[in-house]
Design a protein. Sequence first.
Length: 400
Amino acid sequence: MKQSENKKWQQILLRQQLANVKKWISQLEQAYDLPFFINSEYENILRALESALRIPHAFEYAYKLVVLLHPVLIDSGDWNRWQIYLNQLHDAAKDASNLQMGTIYVQLGDVKGKLGAFKESEQYYQSGIKLFRKIEDYNNLAIALGRLAIVHANKNELAEAKNICDQALEIANAQNDISISSKISLNLSYIYYRLQDFKSSLKHAEIAYQNFRNLKMKRDATKALLNIVALSSELGDWLDVERQAQSLLDDLDKEADITIYSQLKNIMGVAAYNQEKYGSAESAWHESLLLHLQINDNSQIAGIYNNLGMVYTKLNEWEAAQEMLVKAIDTYQWLEDSYNIANARDNLADFYIEQEEFEDACNILQVAIDELTANKESPNSAHLISQMQEKLMTLRAHSH
């Protein structure tokens, strides 16, 4: 009798938990400002997801929750926690459709990419791409290819990245889905940025921005505008960068938009540095670093270590400069980013030059040149190698 009673109450509890899951799905579907709603109810929603992952035969509800949450949470920085839920969803997906499995693979690829695990990210994207090809789901295929292209770009495999992204854009255009083609245009903008073809990068970012605005896709429009601000920085429009960046910051919720907020602070640091406002640059980069450490974005963290190393060199804060540049090199080595390893070594050589330690500067430049030459070359790699070779020749001539 007691065992039967316990079973009865367990069934009642499961029904209550499932009703709560359904309630949160309904509220998420009806939310006017989804990112704001998720941020304000974050822990409650994740508890509902945890319930859905525990309840037997509730995979469909857990999957629906994840699909609603993923586009927002992938920008939140809570990636280690989100990865746990995605792995649990994957383990529960015994009877999932090819579409569902492909979507889960792509979501896992997203979070692995954010964590800097590019090899695993690539493998998950490839698994998703295979399933989307099998079921001829060309919209999701284009999205997955676009994201795979970003992984190759982050590994400095830029020719491969552009080739894959061009394929993705061609597929998206054939489907006449402007929202998807705009997202891939934004991916292509990033690849051109890595290629240092800033005009082409700006063109694709502006196309994406206008389309997102017309489609009232506010969050995506903000990401596109962030790219435009970064490109204005590269093109030297420093005052315009500061104006645009501050305007964007004023519109952001620092907690809900922590990734975009921290990236903007980084850009403002670049603008200040290039106007020789080194104190302002250090302040902006320091705030950006604290935010990126909070969300564990290793690629951005490495870049800010590198930037802080440069500004501390300008400020004659030698110990801090060396520490930041060594941290940048170590983090880029973990990410296997050959171009940025060499770039950070080049900045460390500048540090040694300022210290008049010319032999150390020559040694580190030679290591950087040899390592970057041994890896796959891209146009930006060739340009950096040429710059370092010229600097090395000048140093050796000076030392003799």
